[in-house]
Design a protein around this ligand. Structure first.
Ligand SMILES: *[C@@H]1O[C@H](CO)[C@@H](O)[C@H](O)[C@H]1NC(C)=O
Length: 435
């Protein structure tokens, strides 16, 4: 405990008693007060004003949140509301996210990238230095380290969860190609690493890798930058019964990023609710692929098996050229065209930026429309020989003395052999209630 809250307990026992009800949020705010201009020793009057502001802040939030509390305020009730997901209502919040694009069977380069970005330590274990690690798909093909890579990700996910970290992993078009039996980009040495074609088919369908894809990989993600918006993949628009409904319709509603392998096309019909509309189709398609018995003989040398006979139109569209796994419009179309289209997609999906892999640029991360579309596939696999890169996102939400918040987003491209590049930095002043 720092000296400032200790002082408050000694000098203001009565205030401290009432404050005890909000111990977590109030003390957290005190402890971090110095960056906002408070210096020891504090003038007593300033201090009392500050304490009063802290006591009032949770009340006003509670009042706005729940009509039934507005007439009979009691501290206990307010604490209930506050502890219901908003215990740190006025505390500063910060989150650090690292995203990495296509890895394509190259464990060595993947490990260099994750170490460089601080996701893992020198033993390739979760470092705890980042809050969220995102990979946007295409871990498989063009290299022979598939088993090592996916096993490593399984371990990292458990290490992350053990310390409150989050790993968001995605299916790329190459994962689905492999599940289909479209093995055009599978190295012979990689098939051998599984013990042959039949063994590989089994691992990808009913085996550990097919299960991992079905359980822990999605086609798209919506990652809220602030916890008031809910955990990863909280849908937008929110349902009326969602506990995060209010925050997701307030000033922070779009403080979230979309992650997907190819892109969310303006013409794609199943964008919302985002991301569950897409991910439900991804799950049902993957389920049908994994249940095919027998698994079709892979192409080549056999004929391209295509999607299972019972696939729905929506599932076929998901895997189509304007579907989230294959779309390249944000990477390849002219700026004038895409920048007039992207706002609508971001608006619909409750996001500020869309982060994608799939279309490589071997020199750098590509930012388009002022960072609304960011393409992070730099061909890091030795199959391509592009630069080793990662995207770093830092989000800060800082309470402003006297009310309101300052919100910061800093997005940078990190390179193993070049200086960091600032992709976009935005600051916003928020004056309304946030949740
Ligand atoms: C999915 O991830 C969890 C950790 O979040 C892990 O315990 C579980 O075994 C994984 N499931 C599969 C099928 O790999």
């Amino acid at each position: 405990m720092s000296r400032l809250p200790l002082l408050s307990l000694l000098v203001f026992p009565l205030l401290a008693l009432s404050l005890a009800l909000y111990a977590q949020s109030s003390l957290a705010t005190f402890a971090t007060a110095s960056p906002f201009g408070f210096k020891l020793p504090l003038a007593v009057s300033t201090f009392v004003t500050f304490v009063q502001a802290q006591i009032q802040a949770p009340f006003s939030t509670g009042q706005q949140n729940t009509d039934e509390l507005s007439t009979h305020q009691s501290p206990e009730k307010v604490v209930d509301v506050e502890s219901n997901g908003h215990a740190d209502a006025r505390a500063p919040y910060s989150r650090h996210i690292i995203a990495v694009g296509d890895i394509h069977g190259d464990f060595d380069n993947a490990q260099k990238v994750l170490q460089m970005a601080g996701v893992v330590d020198e033993n390739n274990e979760w470092s705890g230095k980042v809050d969220v690690f995102v990979q946007t798909g295409d871990v498989i093909d063009r290299g022979d380290d598939t088993i090592d890579l996916f096993r490593w990700f399984d371990e990292l996910r458990e290490q992350a969860e053990a310390v409150g970290g989050i790993m968001l992993t995605h299916l790329g078009n190459h994962e689905i190609m492999n599940a289909i039996g479209d093995w055009r980009y599978v190295y012979p040495a990689e098939i051998e690493s599984f013990g042959g074609v039949a063994a590989r088919q089994k691992v990808l369908s009913s085996g550990w890798l097919g299960k991992a894809w079905a359980t822990n990989y999605t086609v798209a993600s919506r990652l809220p930058l602030h916890p008031s918006l809910g955990p990863p993949n909280t849908d937008y628009p929110p349902s009326n019964t969602s506990p995060h409904q209010k925050a997701n319709t307030g000033p922070l509603s779009h403080a979230a990023f979309a992650f997907v392998h190819g892109g969310l096309a303006p013409t794609y019909p199943d964008l919302v609710p985002f991301p569950s509309a897409i991910n439900n189709l991804g799950s049902s398609l993957l389920h049908k692929l994994r249940k095919r018995a027998p698994q079709p003989p892979p192409h080549p040398p056999n004929a391209y098996p295509g999607l299972p006979a019972g696939s729905t139109r929506e599932e076929v569209r998901l895997y189509g050229s304007d579907g989230p796994l294959w779309y390249r419009g944000w990477a390849e179309s002219e700026e004038a065209k895409i920048c007039s289209q992207i706002d609508e997609v971001l608006q619909k999906t409750g996001t500020r930026r869309m982060i994608m892999g799939h279309t490589p640029n071997f020199e750098h991360v590509v930012s388009r429309c002022e960072g609304k579309a960011i393409i992070i596939d730099t061909g890091i696999s030795h199959a391509y020989g592009g630069v080793l890169s990662a995207l770093s996102i830092t989000y800060n939400l800082i309470p402003v003395k006297g009310g309101g918040w300052k919100e910061q987003e800093i997005v940078k491209a990190l390179y193993s052999e070049a200086d960091d590049e600032l992709v976009i930095e935005v600051e916003r002043d928020l004056v309304e209630d946030l949740w």
